[in-house]
Design a protein around this ligand. Structure first.
Ligand code: SAH
Length: 417
């Protein structure tokens, strides 16, 4: 799907893939139901609970978990130093809260975050993953002599049983455009099942941004290219080229130079209070004033997550950022020229995927128009964006974009699949 994505041999995309194409498991339902398996030194131990009913584990879920059993996807995430080192720093920053406490790692993958927590002094870490990668995580835990502290559970967070409440939830759940792959719902489930009152969630908050983008190089390479190919007018290719290049969202890296003005907050998520229902469909209205004259090619989306400890969470003085234009106290403040830097009023660590920050494997997600719009300096660009979990596969994202500028209005529908 994405021009610069790697695949892992089964048609899945890089990080956080949710393609529905056949699971190698061949459609078997081995993890269906409320079955969880503890992987321990004594072998496999299964526990089945008959209590409240979790959501059904669908074929889509199984394909999704299957995609996480490949080493490449974990290698890519772990090699993303911005990501992994920010998580480690957040764990160390909250060490006083983690030491001697019980932690659950929602989607442990290879176990790296669980091990960081154990090394930070956690009394016990439940490392949960529904992908077979959990088997590897258990081996890694053993190799590091941490089996007495880290309990690896193979199963869905929705299904596994743990017999105590936890002080800390840690999870790396973010997909492209923050919400793609819908893993945040599983963090919410873990919170509602196990988090003690006063416990902490890392990361604690997340923000999805959008900003108008000019990208003449990209448009030139994919579209204008056809106007003159070895001296031949191949412009009849233009409609197809536009459709193929811009029908779907594109994950690619842009720079601050591509951004026409300050970003807008599409969604602010407080992980302590967000609900699963709230994430089913999100609509935000936006209004930008272009800071320059340029062809507007579409919109870029990116996110950041914040690791606030409990003190900040409980402090009512914490600057919550409501949906709407970002404010100087809590997000972007104008710097010189195009450069924008996030300024925080507290000490919270931020993992940012913004174009002006060091690159991550998430890059940015671009929604291109089929045809650019020429905007003047100070021209208004306004409309709305709706992100809805697809009915076809809740891990897909339906994107409904409305935009108008200079008296013309447009609608673009796309699916991130
Ligand atoms: N924590 C690891 C892996 C993050 S990727 C790291 O930071 O490197 C997300 C992982 O969550 C994947 O391995 C995926 O299989 C797992 N996952 C997603 N939803 C889950 C769920 N509902 N229950 C259990 N595991 C889940």
């Amino acid at each position: 799907m994405y021009s610069n994505s790697s695949s892992y041999g089964n048609g899945y995309l890089q990080r956080h893939p949710v393609s529905t194409s056949a699971s190698r498991r061949g459609g078997g339902g081995s993890r269906r139901g409320r079955r969880s398996s503890r992987i321990g030194g004594d072998g496999l131990e299964s526990r089945v609970s008959e209590q409240s009913k979790p959501p059904r584990c669908t074929e889509f879920d199984m394909a999704y978990f299957q995609s996480y059993s490949h080493v490449g996807i974990h290698e890519e995430m772990i090699k993303d130093r911005v990501r992994t080192e920010t998580y480690r720093a957040a764990i160390m920053q909250n060490q006083h809260f983690i030491a001697g406490k019980v932690v659950v790692d929602v989607g442990c993958g290879t176990g790296i975050l669980s091990i960081f927590c154990a090394l930070a002094g956690a009394k016990r870490v439940y490392a949960i993953d529904a992908s077979e990668i959990a088997v590897q995580a258990n081996e890694v835990v053993k190799a590091n002599n941490l089996s007495d502290k880290v309990i690896v559970l193979l199963g869905r967070v929705e299904d596994v049983e743990i017999e105590e409440e936890v002080d800390v939830i840690i999870s790396e759940w973010m997909g492209y455009m923050l919400l793609y792959e819908s893993m945040l719902g599983s963090v919410i489930t873990a919170r509602d099942r196990w988090l003690k009152p006063g416990g902490i969630i890392l990361p604690s908050h997340a923000t999805l941004y959008m900003a108008p983008v000019t990208h003449p190089d990209r448009y030139g390479e994919s579209i204008d290219f056809w106007r003159n190919v070895y001296g031949i007018d191949m412009s009849p290719m233009l409609p197809l080229a536009k459709q193929c290049a811009f029908e779907e969202p594109s994950v690619e890296a842009i720079t601050g130079e591509n951004i026409l003005t300050w970003p807008y907050v599409v969604k602010y998520v407080d992980c302590y209070t967000v609900t699963i229902q709230e994430l089913e469909s999100i609509t935000a209205r936006y209004r930008f004033t272009s800071m320059m004259r340029a062809p507007l090619h579409g919109f870029a989306f990116w996110f950041d997550v914040e690791f606030s400890g409990p003190a900040i969470f409980q402090n009512n003085g914490y600057a919550l950022s409501p949906p709407g234009s970002v404010t100087s106290s809590d997000t972007y403040s104008p710097g010189s020229g195009q450069k924008k830097k996030r300024v925080k009023s507290n000490e919270a660590l931020i993992l940012s995927t913004a174009p002006e920050d060091p690159p991550t494997h998430w890059q940015q997600t671009l929604l291109y128009f089929y045809d650019p719009i020429e905007v003047q300096q100070d021209q208004i660009i306004e409309g709305s964006i709706t992100l809805t979990q697809s009915k076809e596969n809740p891990r897909f994202l339906n994107i409904h974009l409305e935009y108008s500028s200079g008296g013309r209005s447009f609608v673009k529908e796309s699916v991130m699949r």
